[in-house]
Write a protein that binds this ligand. Structure first.
Ligand code: 13P
Length: 248
């Protein structure tokens, strides 16, 4: 089953307007077509990054969205807003949303459904804490987050959903899951998708790994059979390292 690789750069709360434009322009100049490349800047710079990448193969996504289409939700961004800008992807349930901002798996599931309803491709993030892993709860936690995240979807929407496995203990810590550790969880995710939606659909879903991905470890991680790409934080803030990960 061949799945096109997808490498996405989550810039988190970094860059100024000028830096965002310069970084996106440099990535756009170096981007090839063999891999789907996605830039995920802060929401306030989406228009700038869309402009800088307009005539390139690079797609653009948002870091978060609210499930409602509009209304009294101060500080939030809706699906129709993202679609009207030209964004194509949206991250749902990043571990920082879950753990720093207290978002529940059910709320994240609403976001995933709303993303599809607005024609956006959700990147649903799942991942265990170090405490979960040490207690032997990795699969239970990750698969619960997966089930809740996909709860509102029809089978036909599953292949158009990207899953990102990001162990919380590997995010921004310089500590990466070993390729074997990551592959094991990716295989469990795909097995659960196959149980729920059938093997053909499960075989089409792209599952990214995230957590301290760097040019030096990307090839080994992406060489695993169920790892279909990377969700990159820190290393995506330097165009040459982000492009080197895509090359790997
Ligand atoms: P780092 O690559 O900085 O560890 O961040 C990973 C991440 O959270 C991407 O969403």
């Amino acid at each position: 089953m061949s799945r096109k690789r997808i490498v996405a750069g989550n810039w988190k709360m970094n860059t100024t307007l000028e830096e965002a434009h310069a970084l996106a322009s440099e990535v756009a100049r170096g981007a090839g077509e063999e891999v789907d490349l996605v830039l995920i800047p802060p929401t306030c710079f989406l228009a700038t990054v869309l402009d800088a990448t307009a005539s390139s193969a690079v797609s653009v996504g948002a870091q978060n969205m609210h499930p409602a289409a509009s209304g009294a939700f101060t500080g939030e961004t809706s699906g129709p807003m993202l679609t009207s800008l030209g964004a194509q992807y949206v991250v749902c349930g990043h571990s920082e949303r879950r753990h720093v901002f207290g978002e529940s798996s059910a709320f994240i599931g609403e976001k995933v459904s709303a993303a599809h309803a607005n024609g956006l491709i959700p990147i649903l993030c799942v991942g265990e804490t170090l405490e979960d892993r040490e207690a032997g709860r990795t699969d239970a936690v990750v698969l619960d987050q997966l089930e809740a995240g996909l709860q509102g979807l029809e089978s036909s929407q599953i292949p158009g959903t990207v899953i990102a496995y990001e162990p919380v203990w590997a995010i921004g810590t310089g500590r990466t899951a070993s390729p074997e550790q990551a592959q094991e969880v990716h295989a469990s995710i795909r097995a659960r998708l196959a149980e729920r939606f059938g093997g053909e659909i499960a075989g089409r879903v792209r599952i990214q790994y995230g957590g301290s991905v760097k040019p030096g470890n990307a090839a080994e991680l992406l060489g695993q059979p169920d790892i279909d790409g990377a969700l990159v934080g820190g290393a995506s803030l330097v165009a040459s390292s982000f492009l080197a990960i895509a090359d790997a």
